[in-house]
Design a protein around this ligand. Structure first.
Ligand code: PBG
Length: 322
C-alpha cells in the first residue's frame, strides 16, 4: 500500500483554507500609535514613516474618529511638545500637549480607549528617558516624575497607562501613585520587555526624541538576551502590571512566545517604527507587496502569542480586514 500523508487536501480552495485557519486578526486586536504636536491644522508626514504624521489636536481628533470608523477602538498617544527641558516638565504638566490631547479625545471621540505612553524622552531636551546626572540616567528620581506623569494622564482621562521607559520599579511606582490618587481602576500596560533597538530610528524622527549623547543601552535591554526578558516580565508582573508588552515585535517572536507561555496576562507586541518603515520602503521600490507583507508580519506576531498588537498599520489593516 502506498500511503502518502496529504496535508494539501486542506489547502485546495480559499474556503477550505479559511475553515482550517488557526490565526485571525481582527480590528479589536489593534492599537493605533499617534504623535500629537502643538498648533492647529497640522498634519506633517514623518519622512521615514510614510502614512504616519505629527498631528495637532484638531487633526488628531479627526484621525482617531476615522480609525474608529473602520473599527480601530484603541489608540496610544505620544506627545511632541514645542518646549523641552532637562526634567521633561511637559510630560506631567496639567496643560502638557498629551494631557490636552487626551481631554480633547475623551470629549470628542466615542468608545475609543486612549492609552497614554508614559515616558520622558519626548519631553527632555537631552532626549533620554529620565533625569541625568554626570552623564548617567538616574533611576529613582526618574520614578517620581513617571508617577506624576501617570497621575496627570489619568486626570486628563487616559483609560490605560503604558510606561515605556525601563527604569527599575516603574510599575510599582506608577501603580502606587495611581491608587493614591483614586485611579485604582486604571490598568497598566507595561512595556515590560523593551530592547535597545535600532528599529526605533524612525520613531525618534517622528517624536524628535533621539538621545543627544550616548544611547539607551543602560536601561533598555540587550537584544541578545532572552532569559533576562523573563526576569523583566516577572518583575513587572509582581509589581502589578495588568498587561505585558514585548517590543519590537517581528525580530523578537521567540520572546513573545516565551512570555506568552510563562504568563497568563494579556500580552501585547509593538510592531515598531523601523518594522513599518522597512515594509514601506521595500514596497516603494516595488520589491515586495506591501499589503501582503504587512498582513503576514502582523499575523506572525499574533501567531507567536500576542493578543494585542500596536501598529502604525492599524487603520489600513482594519480596512483590509473589513
Ligand atoms: C519611548 C518610546 C519609544 C518607542 C515607543 N516608546 C522610543 C525609544 O525608546 O527610543 C519606539 C516606538 C517605535 O519605534 O515605533 N521611550
Amino acid at each position: 500500500m502506498n500511503l502518502i500523508e496529504r496535508p494539501r487536501r486542506l489547502r485546495r480552495t480559499p474556503t477550505i483554507r479559511a475553515l482550517v485557519r488557526e490565526t485571525r486578526l481582527t480590528p479589536d486586536d489593534l492599537v493605533y500609535p499617534l504623535f500629537v504636536c502643538e498648533g492647529e491644522g497640522i498634519r506633517r508626514e514623518v519622512g521615514s514613516m510614510p502614512g504616519a504624521f505629527n498631528l495637532s489636536i484638531d487633526e488628531l481628533v479627526k484621525e482617531v474618529n476615522a480609525a474608529r470608523g473602520v473599527g480601530v477602538r484603541s489608540a496610544i498617544l505620544f506627545g511632541v511638545p514645542d518646549h523641552k527641558d532637562a526634567a521633561g516638565t511637559q510630560a506631567y504638566a496639567e496643560d502638557g500637549i498629551t494631557q490636552r490631547a487626551i481631554r480633547a479625545l475623551k470629549r470628542e471621540v466615542k468608545d475609543t480607549l486612549i492609552i497614554a505612553d508614559n515616558c520622558l524622552c519626548e519631553y527632555t531636551d537631552h532626549g533620554h528617558c529620565g533625569v541625568i546626572e554626570a552623564g548617567d540616567v538616574l533611576n529613582d528620581p526618574t520614578l517620581d516624575l513617571l508617577a506624576r506623569t501617570a497621575v496627570a494622564q489619568a486626570e486628563a482621562g487616559a483609560d490605560i497607562i503604558a510606561p515605556s521607559n525601563m527604569m527599575d520599579g516603574f510599575v510599582s511606582a506608577i501603580r502606587e501613585a495611581l491608587d493614591e490618587s483614586g485611579f485604582e481602576q486604571i490598568p497598566i500596560l507595561s512595556y515590560a520587555v523593551k530592547y535597545a533597538s535600532g528599529f526605533y530610528g524612525p520613531f525618534r524622527e517622528a517624536a524628535q526624541s533621539a538621545p543627544q549623547f550616548g544611547d539607551r543601552r543602560s536601561y533598555q535591554m540587550d537584544p541578545a538576551n532572552a532569559r533576562e526578558a523573563m526576569r523583566e516580565a516577572e518583575l513587572d508582573y509582581q509589581q502589578g502590571a495588568d498587561m505585558l508588552m514585548v517590543k519590537p515585535a517581528l525580530p523578537y517572536l521567540d520572546i513573545i512566545r516565551a512570555v506568552r507561555e510563562r504568563f497568563d496576562l494579556p500580552i501585547a507586541a509593538y510592531q515598531v517604527s523601523g518594522e513599518y518603515a522597512m515594509i514601506k520602503a521595500a514596497a516603494k521600490l516595488g520589491w515586495i507587496d506591501e499589503e501582503r507583507v504587512a498582513l503576514e508580519s502582523l499575523t506572525s506576531i499574533k501567531r507567536a502569542g500576542a493578543d494585542i498588537i500596536l501598529t502604525y498599520y492599524a487603520p489600513s489593516l482594519a480596512n483590509l480586514l473589513a
